[in-house]
Design a protein around this ligand. Structure first.
Ligand SMILES: Cc1cc2nc3c(=O)[nH]c(=O)nc-3n(C[C@H](O)[C@H](O)[C@H](O)COP(=O)(O)O)c2cc1C
Length: 181
C-alpha cells in the first residue's frame, strides 16, 4: 500500500487493538528499514531494535507499567527501541525519530501501532518500567529503552483528522504572537 504522505498523516492514529492476523516478514522488514533509515545527530545511530513476536513475551511486556502498556498484550509484534547514551548525547531525540518513522512507515503499510512510553515511567513496584523490559528481553544494563512500539493489523476504525480542527493558532509567523498561545 503506497499512500500520499499528506493523506497518510491525516489518517494516521495510534492503534491499540489488533486482529489475530500476522504481519508478513516482508512488511516487518520494511518497518525495520524505517528505523534503520532514521536520521540521527552526527549520524551516530545510537539505537538498537529488539523485535518481539512471542505471544507470552508480548503479554509479559504489557505488564511493564500499570497504565498505557496494555496494547502490547494483543499485538502481533513489538519493537523495543534501545540506545547507548554513551554513543550520543542526542540519544533521546534519535530514538524518538526512529520510533516516529517506524510508526508512520507501519501506517503506510497498513499496520497499526502505538508508542508505549517507558522513559520516566514506573512499573507496579515503583521501579523504572524500562528495568522490567530490559530484564525480560536481556537488554544490557548500560542501554536505555525509552519506548517500545506495539504493532498489529488494526481492529479499530478511526476517522481521519478533520483539516478544520488543526490548531493553526500554534503556528507563529515571523515571531512569537502574544495572546495566540
Ligand atoms: C511520547 C509519546 C508517548 C506516548 N505514550 C503512550 C503510552 O504509553 N501508551 C499509549 O497507549 N499511548 C501512548 N502514546 C500515544 C498517544 O496517546 C497518542 O499519540 C495521542 O493520544 C494522539 O493520538 P493519535 O496518535 O491517534 O493521533 C504516546 C505518544 C507519544 C508521542
Amino acid at each position: 500500500m503506497d499512500k500520499d504522505l499528506n493523506k497518510l498523516l491525516f489518517e494516521r492514529h495510534s492503534i491499540r487493538r489488533y486482529t489475530d492476523q500476522e504481519i508478513s516478514p516482508d512488511t516487518i522488514k520494511q518497518i525495520l528499514e524505517a528505523g534503520l533509515l532514521a536520521p540521527s545527530s552526527k549520524s551516530a545511530r545510537p539505537w538498537q531494535f529488539v523485535v518481539v513476536e512471542d505471544k507470552a513475551m508480548l503479554q509479559a511486556l504489557s505488564q511493564c507499567k500499570p497504565f498505557g502498556a496494555k496494547p502490547l498484550a494483543g499485538a502481533s509484534l513489538a519493537i523495543a527501541i534501545c540506545a547507548d547514551p554513551e554513543k550520543s548525547d542526542a540519544w533521546i531525540e534519535d530514538c524518538a525519530v526512529a520510533a516516529t518513522l517506524i510508526h508512520v512507515q507501519a501506517a503506510a503499510l497498513g499496520v497499526g501501532s502505538c508508542w508505549i512510553q517507558l522513559r520516566g515511567r514506573d512499573n507496579e513496584a515503583g521501579e523504572p518500567a524500562q528495568d522490567t523490559v530490559k530484564s525480560l528481553l536481556g537488554i544490557p544494563d548500560a542501554m536505555q529503552v525509552p519506548v517500545i512500539l506495539s504493532l498489529g493489523i488494526s481492529a479499530e476504525q478511526r476517522k481521519p483528522v478533520d483539516p478544520d480542527k488543526l490548531m493553526w493558532e500554534k503556528v507563529h509567523i515571523g515571531a512569537w504572537t502574544l495572546g495566540q498561545e
